[in-house]
Design a protein around this ligand. Structure first.
Ligand code: CU
Length: 525
C-alpha cells in the first residue's frame, strides 16, 4: 500500500515535468519551489499553480549560480592533457567571490556560503549521460537532495533552491545518477561546498590563505595520460576502484608550501573506494578540529585516523616551531582488515592495494612569518549525545551489510528507484537509533569488506561501535558518513525533525553504491 502511494506521487511529479518543458525549463526542482513536501496530495495540488514567475518572486536567493558539468581537457601529468568532466559555475546573482576555482584542476569550484543564506543553483547537464547533483552532508528537502530519480539527460536542467541550515563545515557536491556515480565522480565531477556561521567565525581559527581545502583522490592513467576506470567486470566491482596514484586537489605529487604558523587543513576523501589511515610523517599527532558536520566541541588528538570515501576531517597544523626548509607530509599508514586475499586474487588493484602505505602529500615550510595563533580549546557547541539520547527514541532499526550472488546489499536488498519497505519508513518528528552491522559478509568470507555508510539529508551522531579491531576512528561530532571495517557494528542516532519524503542511505564505496548497495528511506508525515 505504501509503495503504491509513493508511486502516485512520483508519477504526478513526472507529469508536471513535461509541462515545465514547454516553458523551456526542464527543471523538476522548480515545481515545488523547493519547499513543498512532494508526497502529500495537498502539495501536489499546490504545485499545479506554481509557475516559473511566481517561484522567481517567492524565493529571493542570496546566491544564484549556474552549474554545468562539461567535457574538457586538463593538464595533470607532463605531456598530453587528460580528458575529464568538470563542473563550471557562473554567478548570476550575489557575491562572485563566493565561487572559487581551483586552477588547473578537474575539480569543480569551491562554493562558499553562510548559514541562513538562500541558494539557487541552476544545474544544466552538458555531459552525454544522465546526471544530477547531490549536496553531500547538507540538510535540504527531499526534492533538493539529488535523488537519482531526478537525474536529467544532456541539455536538460534541474533547479535547486534551498536555505542553508547546516552548521559551519566542509561539505561537498557530486553526481548521483543511479549506476553511474562512480564513473562520473571519477571523471572529475566533485567540488567543495563550504558553510560558515557566526560560531565558527568567532572560534579563532586560521582564515583565508591559512585555511586550506585538500581533496584526496586516487586515479590511474594510461600511457597517453588518460584516466583508466574499471571494466564492468563484476568481480572487480565487488572490491571497488583503486587508483595507483594519489591526487590532491586534482594534482599528482602534491606539495603544500606553508609558512611558520598554524593552518586549518580541510580534508575530504573524494576517492571512489580508497580508505586512508592518515598520519603525519614526522610523528606529530593529528590535531583534529572538525569532522563531517563541522567543528568538534574541542580538539582531539590521534596518532592516526581513518578517512573513508565521503568523509571529511579538519586538522589544526602548526609549523611555527619548524625552520624554513623543513619538510614533512601526510601519509597513509598500512592497515589490514580490507578483506582477505583481495587485490592479489582479483588483480584489480595491483598497483596500490587497499591498506598499503604511501605518501598522500608533501609539505614544505617555505616562508618565515611572525604570526602566532593559539589552538582554541573550545571550538563549538556540540549537544552531548547523552542529552540527545534520553527521550523519544523509537525502536532500534538494524541494517545488515550483506553479500550474496556477487552483489553487495543492505538487509539482502538492493536499490530500486522508488522502493521503500515497511522497515524503511520513519515518522516525521521521530528520533531513532540505526544499527549497521558488518559482521556477516555473506557466502564468501574473503569478501568481507569495509563499507562507509552515508545517510542523505541528515547529520547524525555515532553512539556506539562494537566488534572493533582497529584504532583510528574519529566518531566525535556530527557525522554523515561512518566507516565500518569487517566485523564491526555501529549505532547512529538521528532525528527526523523536518523534511518529509524519500531520501537515500548507502555505501559510499561508489562501486558498491552503483551496483545497488543503496536503499531509500521514507520520512512520513
Ligand atoms: Cu560498501
Amino acid at each position: 500500500m505504501k509503495s503504491q502511494y509513493l508511486k502516485t506521487g512520483i508519477e504526478s511529479i513526472n507529469g508536471r515535468r513535461d509541462f515545465l518543458k514547454l516553458a523551456g525549463y526542464g527543471a523538476l526542482g522548480l515545481i515545488a519551489g523547493g519547499y513543498l513536501p512532494m508526497f502529500s496530495p495537498s502539495a501536489y495540488g499546490l504545485t499545479q499553480q506554481v509557475s516559473l514567475n511566481t517561484t522567481e518572486t517567492v524565493f529571493k536567493p542570496d546566491l544564484d549560480l549556474t552549474l554545468v558539468p562539461q567535457a574538457e581537457e586538463v593538464a595533470i601529468l607532463p605531456g598530453s592533457p587528460t580528458r575529464v568532466w568538470r563542473y563550471h559555475a557562473t554567478v548570476n546573482q550575489g557575491d562572485s567571490n563566493r565561487v572559487v576555482e581551483i586552477p588547473e584542476s578537474y575539480l569543480g569550484p569551491i562554493i562558499n556560503v553562510r548559514q541562513g543564506e538562500k541558494i539557487r543553483i541552476r544545474f544544466k547537464n552538458d555531459i552525454p549521460e544522465k546526471s544530477i547533483i547531490h549536496w553531500h552532508g547538507l540538510h535540504v528537502p527531499a526534492i533538493m537532495d539529488g535523488h537519482p530519480r531526478y537525474a536529467v539527460a544532456q541539455g536538460r536542467s534541474y533547479l535547486y533552491e534551498f536555505t542553508v541550515t547546516n552548521r559551519a563545515g566542509t561539505y561537498w557536491y557530486h553526481p548521483h545518477p543511479h549506476g553511474r556515480t562512480g564513473f562520473q565522480v571519477y571523471g572529475g565531477l566533485a567540488g567543495l561546498f563550504l558553510v560558515s556561521d557566526e560560531e565558527e567565525l568567532g572560534a579563532g581559527l586560521p582564515e583565508n590563505e591559512f585555511d586550506i581545502p585538500l581533496v584526496i583522490q586516487d586515479r590511474t592513467f594510461d600511457a597517453h595520460n588518460q584516466l583508466v576506470y574499471m571494466s564492468r567486470n563484476r568481480m572487480a566491482r565487488m572490491t571497488g576502484f583503486l587508483g595507483d596514484r594519489i591526487l590532491v586537489n586534482g594534482k599528482p605529487d602534491f606539495t603544500l608550501p606553508v609558512s611558520t604558523t598554524a593552518y586549518r587543513l580541510r580534508l575530504l576523501n573524494g576517492s571512489n573506494s580508497r580508505i586512508y589511515r592518515l598520519a603525519w610523517q614526522d610523528g606529530r599527532p593529528l590535531t583534529i578540529i572538525a569532522t563531517d558536520g563541522g567543528l568538534l566541541e574541542k580538539p582531539v588528538q590521534r596518532q592516526f585516523a581513518f578517512l573513508a570515501p565521503g568523509e571529511r576531517m579538519e586538522l589544526w597544523a602548526d609549523f611555527s616551531d619548524n625552520p624554513v626548509g623543513y619538510e614533512t607530509g601526510l601519509i597513509s599508514l598500512p592497515f589490514d582488515g580490507a578483506g582477505t586475499g583481495r587485490g592479489r586474487m582479483m588483480g584489480t588493484d595491483a598497483g596500490l592495494p587497499l591498506g598499503a602505505g604511501f605518501s598522500v602529500f608533501k609539505l614544505k615550510v617555505s616562508r618565515k612569518v611572525n604570526r602566532s595563533i593559539e589552538l582554541p580549546q573550545k571550538l563549538s557547541e556540540v549537544t552531548p549525545v547523552d542529552l540527545l539520547n534520553t527521550a523519544g527514541l523509537g525502536h532500534l532499526r538494524e541494517f545488515y551489510l550483506t553479500m550474496g550472488h556477487m552483489q553487495w546489499s543492505i538487509n539482502g536488498r538492493t536499490f530500486q528507484m522508488e522502493d521503500v519497505t515497511e522497515d524503511e519508513i520513519v515518522k516525521l518528528g521521530s528520533k531513532e537509533i540505526w544499527e549497521f552491522n558488518n559482521t556477516g559478509g555473506g557466502m564468501m568470507r574473503m569478501m568481507n569488506m569495509p563499507h562507509p555508510i552515508h545517510l542523505h539529508g541528515k547529520q547524525f551522531r555515532v553512539v556506539g561501535r562494537s566488534g572493533v579491531r582497529h584504532d583510528g576512528y574519529v566518531d566525535e561530532g556530527w557525522k554523515d558518513t561512518v566507516l565500518l571495517m569487517p566485523g564491526e557494528r555501529v549505532r547512529i542516532l538521528t532525528e527526523f525533525s523536518d523534511y518529509p519524503g524519500l531520501f537515500l542511505y548507502h555505501c559510499h564505496n561508489l562501486e558498491h553504491e552503483d551496483m545497488g548497495m543503496m536503499r531509500n528511506y521514507f520520512v512520513q508525515k
